[in-house]
Design a protein around this ligand. Structure first.
Ligand SMILES: [Zn+2]
Ligand SMILES: [Zn+2]
Length: 349
């Protein structure tokens, strides 16, 4: 029987569907991608939708858990549904102290108690903090029993974290935590979240900067401005833009700033971005709008096709497509031609 190309392609696709494994499966080569583990919209029926955010960021050889969702049990179930191994994380980033981003931390610590956790440093913050004792006014005329620490305070006063023993590293200002990986630290001045500090993760890649945001309380425009100072070529922004109650004119302004001022290449909004903002971004970015609902894996890297459009199910999962294209570039992707050659040779003997 002569194998015709359409048959070979069909065999290839069938094999690839079974090749795609869980997120932790040994990859044929190091892959860069973002997998959404917690959000309130999505198409993966094996996961539970809930308000909050968490994403596994696999990039530049590192596995980073960005935020931990709103409910430890749902987070644990979603992590298991996606086959994510939390024991082998390089580090965790907690964007800010809102519970819809950190309630799954207890589960992370139950699996990986020593993992490094980057969190914002805030005065008397929930992640612990410290201050020099010089911060408070002294009155040396008072008797020792009326004075703090009997008048002899420690030089540095330490304030406890809600997670005792966790390996927190508190970030006070924008800091490069690994080569090409920066935590952008900004403070919100919006009514309701004044003085809330938030961390966003910016990673330099050959395609430009990849930025992951939690809630963007300091303002997505301010975060992107800080990101552009690291690298003006912004390849992708993923996460919550906090425009969930914003009026249309405010949404239009943000969309124009991202698209025209900062020339953001691809956008993968989720969480508190808001439904009208999803619509406005989809309209403005078109094919460069990357659907990023619960369970979606956003592939990163050069020449990634934008077939994860909002509301459209891709014919093949992104992983499958990438593997397929890689194999298709080889001369004899499945070894079938070689087998035929060997058979022909044997029959000629
Ligand atoms: Zn928040
Ligand atoms: Zn949030």
């Amino acid at each position: 029987m002569k194998l015709r190309p359409p048959f070979l392609i069909a065999v290839g696709i069938l094999s690839l569907v079974s090749i795609a494994g869980p997120v932790t499966a040994a990859a044929p080569e190091s892959r860069s991608r973002i997998t959404i583990l917690y959000d309130a919209f999505g198409t993966d029926s094996s996961m539970t939708k809930d308000w909050g955010f968490s994403a596994l960021v696999e990039i530049a050889g590192k596995r980073i858990l960005f935020d931990t969702g709103n409910d430890a049990d749902i987070f644990a179930a979603n992590v298991k549904a996606k086959g994510v191994d939390l024991k082998t994380l390089d580090f965790v980033v907690l964007s800010h102290r809102h519970s819809d981003h950190m309630a799954g931390l207890n589960y992370v610590l139950s699996v990986n108690p020593t993992v490094k956790i980057y969190a914002p440093k805030e005065g008397f913050g929930i992640y612990g903090s410290s201050l020099p004792s010089s911060f408070y006014r002294k009155d040396e005329t008072l008797s020792p029993e009326m004075r703090y620490y009997g008048g002899a305070p420690p030089q540095i006063m330490k304030f406890g974290a809600a997670w005792r023993g966790a390996n927190f590293e508190l970030i006070d200002k924008t800091t490069e935590i690994a080569p090409g990986m920066t935590l952008i630290a900004l403070v919100s001045d919006a009514v309701g979240t004044k003085e809330l500090k938030e961390l966003s993760l910016a990673i330099n890649t050959p395609e430009g900067l990849v930025v992951v945001v939690g809630c963007s309380h300091p303002g997505i425009e301010k975060i992107v401005e800080a990101a552009a100072a690291i690298n003006p070529k912004i390849h992708l922004i993923a996460g919550g833009f906090h425009l969930v109650v914003a009026p249309d004119d405010a949404i239009a302004k943000v969309v124009a700033t991202l698209k025209d001022t900062y020339k953001v290449e691809r956008i993968a909004p989720g969480h508190c971005t808001g439904e009208p903002t999803f619509a406005a971004l989809k309209k403005a970015f078109g094919d460069r709008y990357i659907y990023a609902g619960l369970g979606t894996t956003v592939a990163l890297g050069a020449n990634v096709p934008s077939d994860m459009r909002r509301g459209e199910g891709p014919a093949l999962q992104q992983d499958d497509l990438n593997t397929y294209r890689r194999l298709a570039h080889r001369e004899d992707p499945f070894g079938i031609l070689q087998a035929r050659r060997l058979r022909t040779k044997a029959s000629q003997l």
